[in-house]
Design a protein around this ligand. Structure first.
Ligand code: PMV
Length: 340
């Protein structure tokens, strides 16, 4: 019988968005992306795994509900971890035969564009790696669950290199800087809605890759330069530059969704109000806040600690029923242990 292994994993919010795949099965992206990994205090996934000889089937519970283990992505992650464990001779062959039970929960809305799959798969893969005593880096296995999950394996700011190889061996995440490099950096999550999105990121990316000319322009002419520039801005702690690129890239990603045919939308009227509010704030005080939206209506604001009180009172003023105080966090450090 194995012990129960429990890990928590962080959410990451991209500032250069991954949108579009060059390989659907291996989950290889069309472009490089950059994200900040958020501290697990307000948003994280928690996963427990256990393998036993008496288990008859692999089973999975997501947020308290038993789900089918037939998802090819979940199965793929388990298969790859076991292959890695066998290659590294980490556990006995007998142990590898036992069925596994997985129990995973998020403390934030699932599938509402809050990077839940990134944290979920990073967590699943890290937990399985611990269970099977895999020593090597598991970022590329997390990628097989959900592309953006490969970035949640590191703290601070992270780059996912699209890579050019057919087998995905160079499509890996690397850390740009540790969270301690820019300790004043904060992320404020504004939960606009928690309903499941109509168009999953998988479907959305597929439609965009097949139909959007803007996407082709973006991956050739915008993302490569933006990626280099934002990395430079992060390294030199140039907040206005960092913020401008973040906002432009989020806007372009959502413009690609509109340019796709048929088009699909993730942002709502409230999301647009947030964009206007932040631009007004920045006009008044200089570029002090950046917004970014994933495949959903919820905003992530990146800002420096000194700006937090003013921005929180602005949000409360604009949206009186909101509760922004409990959704502020910093970047996650690599040194924090993954176990809860
Ligand atoms: O990894 P996925 O399939 O959940 O796609 C994530 C896509 C975005 O969140 C919109 C962008 C990103 O880079 O995280």
């Amino acid at each position: 019988m194995s012990d129960i292994v429990t890990v928590v994993a962080p959410v990451n919010i991209a500032v250069i968005k991954y949108w579009g795949k060059r390989d659907e099965d291996l989950i290889l992206p069309l472009n490089d992306s950059v994200s900040g990994t958020l501290d697990t205090s307000i948003m994280c996934a928690k996963t427990s795994v256990c393998a036993r000889p008496e288990f008859e089937e692999d089973e999975i519970w997501l947020n308290g509900k038993k789900e089918s283990f037939s998802s090819p992505r979940v199965k793929n992650c388990l298969k790859e971890i076991k292959a890695r464990a066998a290659a590294e001779k980490c556990v006995s062959d007998e142990f590898l035969q036992w069925k596994v039970h997985v129990c995973s929960e998020n403390n934030f809305p699932t599938a509402a564009g809050l990077a839940s799959s990134a944290a979920g798969y990073a967590c699943l893969v890290t937990a399985l790696a611990k269970l099977y005593k895999v020593k090597s880096n598991v970022s590329s296995i997390a990628r097989l669950g959900s592309g953006s999950a490969c970035r949640s394996v590191y703290g601070g700011f992270v780059r996912w290199h699209a890579g050019t190889s057919a087998d995905g061996s160079d499509s890996i995440a690397t850390q740009i800087v540790e969270s301690t490099h820019w300790p004043e950096m904060r992320a404020l999550i504004l939960v606009v809605g928690d309903t499941k999105k109509k168009t999953s990121s998988t479907i959305g990316m597929k439609i965009s890759a097949q139909t959007s000319e803007l996407l082709q322009h973006r991956i050739k002419h915008c993302v490569p330069q933006r990626t280099e520039e934002i990395i430079e801005a992060i390294k030199s702690k140039d907040f206005p530059k960092f913020a401008e690129i973040t906002m432009k890239d989020s806007n372009q990603c959502h413009a690609v969704c509109l340019d796709s045919y048929p088009p699909f939308f993730y942002m709502t009227e409230v999301s647009h109000m947030i964009i206007e509010l932040i631009h007004k704030y920045n006009e008044l005080y200089g570029t002090k806040v950046a917004y970014t939206f994933d495949a959903g209506p919820n905003a992530c604001l990146y800002l420096l600690e000194s700006e937090v009180p003013k921005v929180i009172s602005l949000i409360k003023h604009a949206f009186p029923s909101s509760n922004p105080d409990s959704f502020i966090t910093g970047l996650k450090s690599d040194e924090e242990v993954l176990d809860p």
